[in-house]
Design a protein around this ligand. Structure first.
Ligand code: ADP
Length: 477
């Protein structure tokens, strides 16, 4: 089997490899991918550092052309890359193709942004002086990504990093190197100069750690668990390095008595269970007022009963497998914790067998949960959702905000008054009205508050806040 190698200083290198396994069928090896070492990471950082002076001064048309070419190729290959994504991560093929399209759109967006780089010229408060405010690239950006969006998250970090003139060392998650390798290959062939984008696949504790430890990495953008995020933060402060973290969520969706039941059930089923509940923006707490509670639970349970859990590649599958054995154990452990805490298992909770060996778990719904239970406070990252019954809107809002996290929050209501109040008073970075808490646009800011995020927002024009450093220049006229 071919080994997909690391890209360091413009060369494909590496002979040690690990297997990329399909979670829908653990007998299937998706590919062999290089397992990078500390030495590889140091070489990649040195290459990115060496490439920075020229790339930071490269023309905006060159950057535009490369990013545009990458976006076009990803779009042209959306079915093939979508299938690779579905096979390595386990989300359904339509979801995987949708994510691939989004990655293409992100490259298109930043190809356009490269042509719109601009600063400000402002008058000084002193006579005969001009002031210019411009943005410089940061330098070498370390990109560390998780497994749940194998193509979109790498795209939304790599595209702005390159657009604003930075060089990159990119480390994808161990479980999903395939899509990352593919987009690096695409960008490399699109004409990036040597060393501008380096790919080091391998373990977080080896490759990721070597990035954290290097004084030559000027910025780190990280999406992953809260624990690793804290390590990134601590190591970055040590090196006086800019960093940006996207971590967990325990996203609430409030359902009020006046909600349209169909809209509420669709939004809850989608954001709680699609992509196997493995989205950082998934709703894992459904906070439901008394008057609609029983009707809502009955309709949601009926909906869950119709969802097909099976191989991600099979037509008709709504929910693919859990990503791996470790995550499946986390999910089943939390199901046990929920039972012991006294929540009522209203649906699911069992492992399922299918034609092929895979990590299949029923969508799982707890009712009679309280907001103080561990299943309502800790991120599970699986298709496990709790329903919390509340008296009225005020209690719903207070419960929604009573969490260590603050990524996304939703409300299902036909009341303009409550929708408006919720948008203003939710303590989340993203708020959805009559929509799933997951599923966002690629051209507007993404990010959260409290323990969910740290640093500037990602995506859209706001991405410039992280990937550049502002300079104010004064000139005597
Ligand atoms: P998850 O539970 O989603 O896998 P992690 O935080 O462990 O979350 O992983 C997110 C990313 O962080 C992955 O690419 C992983 O390899 C990387 N990572 C894990 N440990 C470290 C570390 N010590 N230093 C840097 N990166 C790490």
């Amino acid at each position: 089997m071919t080994i997909y190698q690391n890209l360091i200083a413009g060369e494909w290198v590496g002979s040690d490899a690990t297997k990329n396994i399909n979670p829908s069928n653990t007998n299937e090896v998706v590919g062999l991918y290089a397992d990078g070492s500390t030495e590889d990471t140091k070489n990649a950082i040195a290459a990115a550092k060496a490439a920075f002076p020229a790339w930071s001064r490269s023309g905006i048309w060159e950057r535009h052309v490369i990013l545009k070419k990458a976006g076009d190729e990803i779009m042209a290959r959306k079915d093939e890359l979508g299938a690779l994504l579905a096979r390595e991560e386990g989300k359904t093929l339509p979801e995987a193709i949708g994510e691939t399209i989004r990655a293409s759109q992100i490259f298109e967006f930043f190809a356009g942004e490269a042509l719109r780089l601009a600063g400000e010229v402002v008058p000084s408060v002193r006579p005969n002086i001009g002031v210019e405010i411009t943005r410089d690239p940061l330098g070498v950006i370390g990109i560390i990504t998780p497994w749940n969006f194998p193509i979109a998250i790498p795209a939304w970090k790599i595209a702005p990093a390159l657009c604003y003139g930075n060089t990159v060392v990119f480390k994808p998650a161990e479980l999903v190197p395939g899509c990352s390798w593919a987009i690096v290959d695409i960008l490399h062939r699109a004409g990036l100069p040597k060393g501008v984008l380096n790919l080091v696949m391998g373990k977080g504790s080896v490759v990721g750690q070597a990035m954290l430890d290097s004084p030559d990495v000027t910025g780190i953008t990280f999406t992953g668990s809260t624990g690793t995020g804290r390590r990134v933060a601590a190591a970055s402060i040590e090196h006086n390095r800019k960093f940006q973290l996207e971590m967990g969520g325990k996203n609430p969706m409030v359902v009020l008595d006046d909600a349209d039941l169909t809209v509420a059930v669709e939004a809850a089923a989608n954001s709680g269970f699609f992509s196997t509940g493995q989205r950082c923006t998934a709703s894992s707490r459904l906070i439901v007022t008394e008057g609609i509670h029983d009707k809502f639970v009955a309709a949601l349970t009926e909906k869950l009963n119709m969802l097909v859990v099976d191989d991600a590649m099979k037509p008709g599958t709504h929910i693919g497998p859990v990503v791996d054995e470790k995550q499946l154990k986390t999910d089943t452990d939390y199901i046990e914790i929920g039972r012991k805490e006294g929540a009522k298992l209203a649906f699911g909770g069992e492992l399922i067998t299918r034609e092929t060996p895979g990590f299949y778990l029923q969508p799982t719904l707890f009712t009679e949960a309280t907001n103080q239970m561990r299943i309502s406070r800790e991120e599970i990252f699986g298709p496990v959702v709790s329903v919390i019954r509340v008296k009225d809107y005020d209690e719903a809002l207070a419960t929604a905000n009573d969490t260590p996290f603050g990524l996304s929050a939703g409300i299902a209501t036909t009341s303009l008054k409550h929708a408006t109040h919720f948008k203003r008073n939710s303590e989340a970075g993203m708020v959805m009205v009559n929509l799933p808490t997951a599923g966002v646009d690629f051209h507007v800011p993404f990010g959260g508050r409290k323990a969910s995020s740290y640093g500037p927002r990602e995506q859209g024009k706001y991405a410039a806040e992280f990937y550049t450093s502002v300079k104010t220049a004064y000139t005597l006229a």
